[in-house]
Design a protein around this ligand. Structure first.
Ligand code: FES
Ligand code: FE
Length: 447
């Protein structure tokens, strides 16, 4: 383990982090540092494919919602031709926000300050007194809203990249695309959002949520035991016994499970009337084998800050059956020690209405602003955000990421894993978290 690098500059600190991660430790400063946070905005959020919304949030021409990349606010809009744009919500005259509604439908945005007008594809469309006040040579092409150079979708998930030189979304997702197929590609009509995303602020660093959802099954029997006790989680130990981790390149990571729910549920998780809407022949033979064997990508993180929750829950264990619930979750960085958490409940477009209702009810009982699990997690995640700014802690603390390492019969890699990525033999390891942090260290170090 290296000496603690609290006094050095950011470059020296990050070099030390690389060495520390090889030893399975992480200096607390990585969680809560204004200077590192600024670098993250520049080198991670402005250069990654970042999730901004779901196509079913803006189904019609003119629909728009306000969204964020890092801490910058954008308008996610569908133009009159149906094309999706991510427009920087800032007027080219004096930088006033041109859109103040969270969502709506409009062919144009008119700035409230002096009245410049923009089309919903971002083009400049005029200004008050234009003929008398601005020269005829004024080039409208120059004065449109700034916009993300790259917008793309995968299974209805809209991602953007602010870097003009970015690789394609498919390349960025890499093997993670395979696991999105076996999650969202079971039915050709896919899933849709249920209402607006829930959102609330937690006193946590955004990476606490991202690393947790990428591989921290270890906390579930402890932090969330009360969920079982009050009947909103079926059986904590049984749910974890079939789980393992999968890491794929690009900093993406997955908690996977096999056989969540027994017969009469089928494919490990679904009541027969829901499984009846699946069309597995749209998947590759490997993907069909994964699904038919009852495997499921359960909880995962797409680097940097999108997580997906796909687990069984129950609204009331006395009167309703356990159901699979699915949500997109985003860890929006507000500062080094504040995160706005967004939660989009999803439902299958073709599933029976009663299943979708039970699934939504189970979701809001366990996750979301009133969810039991959520309250557990966000209190625990305040620790790194608060302690990371402590002078004493920064001089004395490196966190332990050695779970399962070097334990005979404990942590190991599945040598004959035939699907994409690297799979582990159990969930009692922190392999995925180490890979997440190594990827973060590489990205935040790139100049
Ligand atoms: Fe928008 Fe002046 S700031 S028109
Ligand atoms: Fe949790």
């Amino acid at each position: 383990m290296t000496a603690i690098q609290d006094q050095g500059g950011v470059d020296a600190f990050l070099a030390g982090v690389a060495t520390d991660l090889d030893d399975g430790v992480l200096p607390i400063r990585a969680f809560s540092s204004p200077e590192l946070h600024q670098l993250e905005l520049e080198r991670v959020f402005a250069k990654s494919w970042v999730y901004v919304g779901h196509v079913t949030e803006i189904p019609n021409a003119g629909d728009y919602v306000l969204r964020y990349v890092g801490r910058d606010q954008f308008i996610l809009a569908r133009d009159e031709d149906g094309e999706i744009h991510l427009l920087f919500n800032s007027c080219m005259h004096r930088a006033t926000a041109v859109c103040h509604a969270e969502k709506g439908n409009s062919s144009h945005f008119r700035c409230p300050y002096h009245g410049w007008i923009y089309k919903n594809n971002g083009d400049w469309n005029g200004a008050p007194h234009r003929v008398n006040a601005y020269p005829r040579t004024m080039d409208p092409q120059q004065w449109g809203l700034r916009k993300a150079p790259h917008v793309d979708t995968y299974h209805g998930l809209i991602f953007v990249n602010l870097d003009p030189d970015a690789i394609s979304l498919t390349e960025y997702l890499g093997d993670m695309a395979w696991y999105l197929d076996v999650t969202f590609g079971l039915n050709p009509h896919g899933m849709r959002v249920v209402g607006d995303p829930h959102r609330w602020v937690a006193g946590a660093n955004w990476k606490s949520g991202a690393e947790n959802f990428g591989g921290d099954a270890y906390h579930v029997p402890h932090l969330h035991r009360s969920g079982e006790e009050v009947g909103v989680f079926p059986n904590v130990d049984a749910a974890l016994s079939g789980q393992f981790h999968i890491a794929v390149d690009g900093g993406h990571s997955i908690v996977a499970s096999r056989g969540f729910l027994p017969e009469p549920w089928v494919l490990g998780a679904w009541p027969p009337d829901v499984a009846a809407i699946f069309e597995l022949d749209k998947l590759t033979s490997d993907q069909q084998e994964f699904v038919n064997n009852g495997w499921c990508a359960t909880v995962f993180t797409i680097f940097p800050n999108l997580s997906i929750l796909h687990v069984p829950g129950v609204y009331d264990a006395q009167s309703t059956p356990p159901v699979m619930m699915t949500a997109l979750r985003q860890w929006q960085p507000r500062s080094h020690d504040k995160t706005e958490i967004w939660n989009w409940p999803l439902e299958w477009i073709d599933a029976p209405a009663e299943f979708n209702r039970l699934s939504y009810d189970a979701m809001i009982t366990s996750f979301g602003p009133a969810g039991l699990f959520e309250q557990d997690d966000t209190v625990a995640w305040q620790g790194p955000a608060e302690v990371g700014t402590s002078v004493f802690a920064r001089q004395t603390m490196k966190l332990n990421y050695q779970l399962g390492q070097g334990v005979p019969g404990g942590f190991g890699l599945v040598e004959d894993w035939k699907f994409p990525g690297v799979a582990t033999t159990s969930v009692y390891d922190e392999h995925n978290q180490l890979r997440f942090w190594k990827h973060w260290q590489e990205k935040v170090s790139e100049k």
